[in-house]
Ligand binder design. Structure first.
Ligand code: ZN
Length: 79
């Protein structure tokens, strides 16, 4: 892989890293791609039903914005 990029195969790991960061923002989670601790996560949320997070890893060059739909995580909350 020439470009560090989160795909459908690594999305679960990326979401897990974001969740871990939300629970404990003082501890940088491991990179979902290369596993190196020190992943930088920043909240860029701007829309009411979707949160945007930027994941940056200096070890493998990952620098990507990810959209995390909140509705999917709350069953029965649609509408
Ligand atoms: Zn990495």
């Amino acid at each position: 892989m020439a470009t560090a990029e989160i795909t459908v195969d690594t999305m679960d790991a990326a979401r897990a890293a974001i969740l871990a960061w939300r629970v404990d923002p003082d501890t940088a989670p491991a990179c979902p791609l290369c596993g190196t601790a020190g992943l930088a996560v920043s909240d860029h949320s701007a829309r009411p039903h979707t949160e945007w997070y930027r994941l940056v890893c200096r070890a493998c060059g990952l620098d990507q914005m990810l959209a995390v739909p909140l509705g999917a995580a709350v069953p029965g909350a649609e509408g």
